[in-house]
Structures are given as C-alpha cells and as structure tokens.
Design a protein around this ligand. Structure first.
Ligand code: BG6
Length: 484
C-alpha cells in the first residue's frame, strides 16, 4: 500500500544546533526521506545554524556524511542526495551572543512558513526566542520546535513556558514528544475511535487492568551525565508513558483536532491520583559478564537514580475508578519491546463449570517492534474430552496486513517535522499538558528523595527487580512476559 504524498509549499526551516547529534541522527535524515518522497519543493531552504565555523559547502559535506551513516540505504539515491544537499544552507550562529543573527535574518523568505528547531539545551530556549524577536524573525508565520526534556520539574517547566510565551503564542510552539510521532501510537486513537467493537467495553465495568510496558535492552550508554540527573521517571514516565496512558484512558474527543485531543489528554493527567510509595518500585541494573552496571555507566558509585520503574496508577473518574494502570519501563531488560495490554474481566458466570478454567480476553497493542494487535479469544479446545476452553490469539501484524513498502512508513521525526510545517499541533504537547504532568510527577520524586530511597538492583537481561513482580502479584495479577 503506497501512501499518498502531498507536497507542502516551500518553507524555511532553521535547525539551531544543526551540527549536533539529534540533527545528524534524526532531523536531517527525516528531512531527507521526506525530500526523497517528493514532499518538499526545490525552493525550500533547510538552514543549519551552529557555532562551528564552516560555509554552506562544509555543512553539505557534513550532512552527506551523516546521511550515509544514519540512513545508508536511502543515501545511495544519488539524485535525491544531490537535490537535498542543494536546499541546504548554513549560518555560523552564537545562540547567546550577537554573531550570525543578522546573516540568518537575511536568509529568510517573506511570506513563507518559517520554523526554528531548537535542537539545543533547554537553557538556551529563552535566549533564542528573545533573539528571534529582536531580529524580526518572530512574526505570525514563525513556528518554534522544542525537544524534551521540557524542564525537570514544574517550576522549571513553567519558567520555560513563560520565557517562550514572551514572544510566541501557544499556537506557534511545537513541543516534541517523539512517541506521539510513532505510527502505532497514533493507531491507539484509530483502534479506539475508529471501531465500534472496543469503545463500549472500554471502562472499569469490563476491563480488569491495563499494563503499559516500555522495555529497552540498551543501557544508558554515553548519556550517563544527563540520565543520572533524570532517571526513568523524568526520562520516560513524565512524557512518553504519560502520553500512552492519556491516549488509552482519554474520553473520545469530539473531533480529531489539536485542542479537542489535547483537552481530553489533559483531563486524564489531572484525574491521576497521587501515587503511594508502596505502589512504586525503582530499580538499577547491575553489571553482567561483559557490560558495566548502572553506577559504573554513569560514573557515580553512590547514585540513587533509577534505570527501571514500575508503578500502579489510578485514574479517578467515572470511566476508570477501580481499574488500575500498571506502568513499567527500564533499561538493560530482557528484550526491546513496547506494548499495552488491556486485560478484560472474566465472564460474570461460567456456564462450563470449574473444569473449564478461568479465562480472560486480553487485547495487546504492540507498539514496537513487530507492530500490531493481538486479541486473545477463548474457544473450545478441539477434541472429544468435554468442554475444555483454551485462549487463542487473533493476531494481526500490521506489516503483514498492510504490506507497506518499508520506505513508506515515516519515522516519528519525519512525521512530526512535516506536521510543524503544515501547522498541525495534534501530536505535540501543549504547555498546560506538560505542566500538569510535572505537577503529578514532582511529589512522587520528592517523596523518594526525602526518604533517600535506594533503587533495588536487578540483573541485566532480566525483567527488572523482583519487587516489581510483587507489585502485581499481591493484587492477584501478573505482568506479561517481556519478550520480542
Ligand atoms: C528517549 C529517552 O526520549 O526515548 C531515551 O531519552 C529512550 O532514554 C528513548 O531510550 C526511547 O525511544 P524509542 O523510540 O527507542 O522507544
């Protein structure tokens, strides 16, 4: 199935931090793929801006090398590569100073959408917004794109929002959470609101509990410094997992428009109860034969930061009262897998008697890898041995069902950048959403910091600390296996 490509009008996109890791790994390869797919016109300009002294040709050479490294297959398309390099330009820019700003302003085209991607540390967001304003680049056609971490608590998030709000209104600010750009994450809304089948059962009368797992096999790698100041709660739960929870738990918006969707997500975050300490398990991975443990990775032998977290959440509203949400995420776990499991209740009465056993329908939405959905259905076990029941999967892997050509499934960044250009904020976090998520997160972090809470050690390649299993066992439930 080939997706329809609708070219967008020529635009100016400035990547501030255009030589950085995110630009080379994600933003530029994403733009290249959209260019190659025919979505950008030749007059579009993508301007790298950074401190490094180089000219536009130097930048083109850097970008070519980045594309060859991070998108080797598409980079072999020499025509597309030549065309894409032509739309690039470069400005030497001092984000905190004055150098380069007049140059940059001179490169802007009148009457076009212009977007500034702040691919830099959050402390620069305010000064950048100020300079764009001072140099006449903060008009109504301007959009700014910012990355997580958007603050490290409510206070810092508010300060960031306030510094951006001095020169830009909310409709111009695109806060990226790359999970919202994932194809399967958007599918959560299609599955829920595009089918009659699920929504009538989507509440605490029929659903026993919901599990959300985002497991990674990688450790904290070269990001030890950032990660040790963040931990799994700030790095994954406050943003990505909160977004998944919102999409699963929200009320149907009246339409698929940015504020209608974000209003409903905000209500979910505001309905979250505070989490009791005994409903959270934090963990830290240990060394294995050939890989260092967490504390060695972050070079902090006394670190109390968690690389794993499991928690039980309650959404206090009519739909969800009595149905807990169990969330878990961690590094160096058994497999890389992200999935949401909606575990339905047992039938109110079994006509087949006790020997038929206990059965539940489970709807599993696999976000990555192997994207798809699987609905466990109870049927009669074949054979003459009486009415014994067995659960079998109705399993649909999207790539088999839809047969997309691999290149037609855009990566999260490609989709999100094009949404910025089209001016569609549905998949971006609104300022009040981010603040509400921090308002819920802050007391949880503060409580364990006040207690000096020690994360439980867990083996690399495991499912996390034993206590995380207990979190569910004591409720008579169990986590699904972490496996690909
Ligand atoms: C990032 C986190 O936002 O998301 C990383 O900072 C994490 O720690 C990553 O590894 C996970 O993203 P994905 O797309 O690989 O699931």
């Amino acid at each position: 199935m080939v997706s329809r490509i609708i070219p967008v009008d020529p635009f100016d996109l400035v990547i501030i931090g255009g030589t950085g890791d995110l630009a080379r790994r994600k933003i530029l390869p994403g733009l290249f793929r959209r260019y190659r797919a025919g979505q950008m016109q030749g007059e579009t300009r993508v301007i790298g801006a950074a401190r490094a002294e180089m000219d536009a040709d130097g930048y083109r050479a850097m970008v070519r090398a980045a594309l060859e490294e991070f998108d080797p297959v598409n980079a072999t398309d020499t025509d597309a590569m030549a065309g894409f390099l032509k739309i690039l330009d470069y400005v030497v820019l001092d984000a905190m100073g004055t150098d380069g700003w007049t140059d940059l302003a001179g490169k802007m085209h009148e009457g076009r959408v212009r977007a500034f991607y702040f691919s830099v540390a959050p402390r620069l967001f305010g000064p950048l917004a100020e300079r764009l304003h001072l140099h006449g680049m903060a008009d109504d056609d301007t959009r700014i794109v910012v990355e997580k971490p958007f603050g490290r608590d409510l206070g810092t998030a508010r300060a960031l929002n306030a510094s951006l709000a001095q020169h830009f209104h909310e409709g111009q600010i695109y806060r990226i959470d790359h999970y919202l750009g994932k194809e399967t994450v958007q599918n959560l809304m299609a599955i829920r609101f595009g089918n009659m089948l699920f929504e009538p059962l989507w509440n605490s009368q029929y659903i026993d509990h919901i599990q959300i797992t985002v497991a990674e096999t990688v450790g904290v790698g070269g990001r030890g410094d950032y990660y040790d100041r963040s931990g799994a709660m700030r790095d994954m739960v406050q943003n990505h997992m909160m977004q998944l929870l919102c999409l699963i738990a929200m009320e149907p918006p009246a339409k698929f428009d940015p504020d209608a969707v974000r209003d409903e997500k905000l209500k979910v975050i505001r309905a979250l109860d505070p989490v009791e300490p005994n409903e959270i398990v934090r963990g830290q991975y240990e060394a294995d034969d050939d890989k260092p443990g967490y504390r060695e990775h972050v070079e902090n032998p006394v670190s109390l930061t968690e690389s794993f977290i499991a928690m039980k959440l309650h959404v206090s509203n009519w739909r969800w009262a009595g149905t807990p949400f169990y969330l878990r995420t961690g590094k160096r776990l058994r497999a890389r897998t992200s999935e949401i499991a909606v575990v339905f209740k047992e039938t109110p009465h079994s006509i087949f008697g006790p020997e038929a056993g206990q059965h539940r329908n489970i709807l599993t939405i696999r976000l990555q890898p192997n994207e798809g959905i699987d609905l466990g259905v109870t049927i009669k076990e074949p054979g003459p041995g009486g009415m014994r029941l067995v659960d079998v999967p109705l399993d649909m892997t999207f790539s088999e069902a839809l047969e997309p050509e691999a290149e037609d499934v855009p990566d999260a960044y490609e989709r999100l950048i094009m949404d910025v250009i089209r001016g569609n904020q549905t998949l971006f976090m609104r300022g009040d959403e981010v603040e509400a998520a921090w308002a819920w997160t802050d007391p949880i972090i503060k409580a364990w910091e006040d207690r000096g809470d020690e994360p439980r050690p867990y083996d690399s390649g495991s499912s996390g600390p034993e206590d995380a299993l207990m979190l569910m066992h004591r409720d008579g439930r169990r986590w699904r296996d972490i496996r690909t």
